[in-house]
Write a protein that binds this ligand. Structure first.
Ligand code: AHR
Length: 496
């Protein structure tokens, strides 16, 4: 079967902020502790407590932004517990997603900021609304960013960071409709205004993220309540997880349903955008911060500390989500997959001193050429699709519908065109004729990841899913590609 993808180089959709390829690290399961942080005294090789294998691998993949410390953890986290000499930090009883553990606070603000610097990531901190106060969050912002000679800034300097940390992104709570305090939308909006008023008075340079929902009604009430206080709100956050059968041993129907993740994400973006357009009415730019997303397998439950095998299926579905973010790059301001290590749709997984890269890691590495590029319209001509019946999988309900068997996005920058394409067909290769409107190419490179949908890497077989690179010799305005079944690829062409 042959399909045509036309890339309209003259039709710009937006600039692909590197933040759309952001990540999320929560004090949950083995994400932060074990996954990225093992402590200075660990026998696992580390740099200032951060395991070197994960740090080096994540630097190669690229982590443009990292959100921390939660998640649900954020609304019971008190930042003062995580500063000062490690040996004097309190041992607290921490909670997130039903998991209660002793938290020794060894990974605190200074460690996290140093990790971001080592990764080349911009930090995004989530504040505590549920069990905190506006004063506590203001103090955290001031402790991190204050430039004046105040007691808090002196304390930061005494703790090893004389210069302001320059943390731009701050979440005012997390999922406050649920784990973050079980607010209703109006009550949260009232609380948000208190927090945002005082934080912005103290540091007008920060960007504040209000907590939205993957439910239209909450977002409508929240944004309506903020309509006369828009200066206080820079972004509205939304989250979307999905579940379609087990992590391994899934059926054909479950496989194809998981490709509908992109449509779920696009639906949330579409109605949140409509609400923002209506109430904001061009008076200000309020972005959509998609600051948690990913597949949540039923096996990734509390008993498994939210871990499950990570397969090629997950990465192919994730490619569709990144394509949606690229298409909406003028409206979506951040995208943070959950989570960076071990937990949920992780990029790296660990077992003791061993670490391996998941197909999702390779997905982000494949999409790296788009960061900072100009998203341009890429349109399929009669894309093949598969009809699916209505179904419910644990928390995810889907209507009858068709899922496209291909997905793509394209960006242009400095004479270079990047086109990412996925073939979602489980068993069949597909031929794609790439037609360039307004560009001529002299060829380039193609990087591909493909294999059986349930292929996964592990400590014992870390290279089962890997990326291979080939040279594409093409001239003119057409390139023909054969996409293997269940594959993601990025083509980077010299094109002007
Ligand atoms: O990512 C795991 C959890 O999912 C987060 O703590 C919470 O925000 C969401 O419900």
């Amino acid at each position: 079967m042959t399909t045509t993808l036309t890339v309209h180089a003259g039709e710009t959709l937006g600039t692909i902020s590197p933040y759309l390829h952001g990540h999320f690290a929560e004090h949950l399961g083995r994400c932060c502790y074990d996954g990225i942080f093992v402590g200075r005294d660990s026998p696992i090789p580390n740099r200032d407590g951060f395991r070197t294998d994960a740090l080096d691998a994540l630097k190669v993949m690229g982590v443009p932004q990292l959100r921390w410390p939660g998640g649900c953890f954020a609304d019971s986290y008190h930042w003062r517990d995580g500063i000062g000499p490690v040996e004097s930090r309190p041992r607290t009883w921490a909670e997130s997603c039903g998991e209660n553990v002793v938290e020794d606070n060894a990974l605190g603000t200074h460690e996290f900021i140093a990790y971001c610097a080592a990764l080349g990531a911009d930090p995004y901190l989530a504040g505590n609304v549920g069990s905190g106060s506006p004063q506590e969050m203001m103090d955290w912002v001031h402790y991190c960013n204050g430039a004046a000679d105040t007691t808090l800034a002196r304390e930061r300097a005494a703790n090893g960071h004389p210069d302001p940390m320059g943390v731009k992104f701050w979440g005012v709570g997390n999922e406050n409709w649920g784990c973050g305090g079980n607010y209703d939308a109006e009550a949260y909006a009232k609380e948000y205004k208190r927090y945002a008023t005082f934080i912005k008075q103290m540091d007008s340079s920060v960007q504040l993220v209000a907590c939205g929902f993957n439910e239209r009604d909450w977002n409508l009430k929240l944004v309506e309540a903020m309509r006369n206080h828009l200066g206080l709100m820079d972004h509205v956050s939304v989250h979307q997880y999905w579940t379609f059968g087990p992590a391994l041993g899934f059926s054909e129907e479950e496989y194809y349903n998981s490709m509908r993740a992109a449509a779920l994400v696009e639906d949330v973006i579409t109605y949140t955008d409509e609400i923002l357009r209506f109430f904001v009415a061009g008076r200000r730019r309020v972005g959509i911060a998609f600051d948690e997303w990913g597949i949540w397998h039923p096996e990734a439950n509390i008993g498994a500390r939210y871990e499950a095998p990570s397969t090629l299926r997950d990465a192919v579905a994730g490619a569709g989500v990144l394509d949606v973010f690229h298409r909406w790059s003028d409206r979506v301001s951040t995208g943070n997959i959950a989570q960076i290590a071990n937990v949920l749709q992780a990029s790296v997984q660990t077992r003791g001193a061993e670490m391996w890269l998941t197909p999702t890691y390779h997905l982000f590495a494949l999409y790296a050429p788009h960061r900072g590029g100009r998203a341009v319209r890429a349109e399929w001509e009669s894309a093949p699709a598969r009809d699916l019946a209505a179904s419910t999988h644990w928390t995810t309900s889907l209507p009858t519908g068709a899922v496209p068997l291909v997905s793509a996005s394209a960006s242009h920058r400095d004479g270079r065109l990047a086109v990412s394409l996925s073939n979602r067909h489980r068993t069949d290769a597909q031929e794609v004729v790439l037609s360039l409107r307004g560009l001529q190419t002299t060829g380039g490179t193609l990087r591909t990841m493909s294999g059986p949908p349930d292929a996964a890497n592990s400590a014992d077989a870390p290279e089962t899913v890997a990326v291979r690179e080939t040279r594409i010799d093409a001239t003119g305005d057409t390139v023909t590609l054969a996409l293997p079944p269940c594959s993601v690829q990025t083509l980077v062409l010299a094109a002007g």
